[in-house]
Write a new protein. Structure first.
Length: 151
């Protein structure tokens, strides 16, 4: 199988985000760094066990959420592999979403919850993690590309 340069870049991006996500979650959940980083200017580190989806939706339904993570990861992977009509922005957007989906999926399957830890100090917003950030970046890339295409 011949892997294109774009596909290699997507694979590197996915694994980089996934590794960064898992390392940060491991550090936060195993080294209790909350008190050391609670007064940073823009954000603080607050360890939260999120048993739901975004904004704690579907709490205590780990099996269902795990299935959604696995299913969405498979669908996005198939899109990236087989859809040759995706442009670069769409491919990167889907790669960001895939990395986030896999990252949170790993947490759900292994721990039964997702480790969240980034708490924004300047706005009232739910605590989140690198995988959540990745999913949102991917969503906004795809949305941006959709808006540009329609103009």
């Amino acid at each position: 199988m011949n892997i294109s340069r774009n596909s290699k870049a997507n694979i590197i991006l996915i694994f980089t985000i996934l590794i960064f996500d898992q390392i940060t979650k491991y550090i936060v959940s195993n080294y209790q760094i909350n008190s050391k980083f609670n007064n940073l200017y823009l954000f603080s580190i607050d360890f939260v066990k999120n048993e739901g989806a975004a904004f704690n939706l579907f709490s205590n339904n780990t099996f269902f959420l795990s299935l959604i993570s696995i299913f969405s990861s498979i669908i996005i992977s198939l899109l990236l592999i087989y859809n040759r009509n995706l442009n670069v922005i769409d491919r990167y957007g889907l790669s960001f979403i895939l990395a986030g989906s896999i990252g949170n999926g790993i947490d759900r399957v292994i721990n039964g919850y997702v480790v969240d830890f980034i708490n924004l100090n300047f706005i009232s917003f739910p605590v989140f993690n690198i995988a959540d950030l990745s999913i949102n970046i991917g969503f906004f890339l795809i949305l941006y590309n959709l808006i540009i295409k329609t103009k």
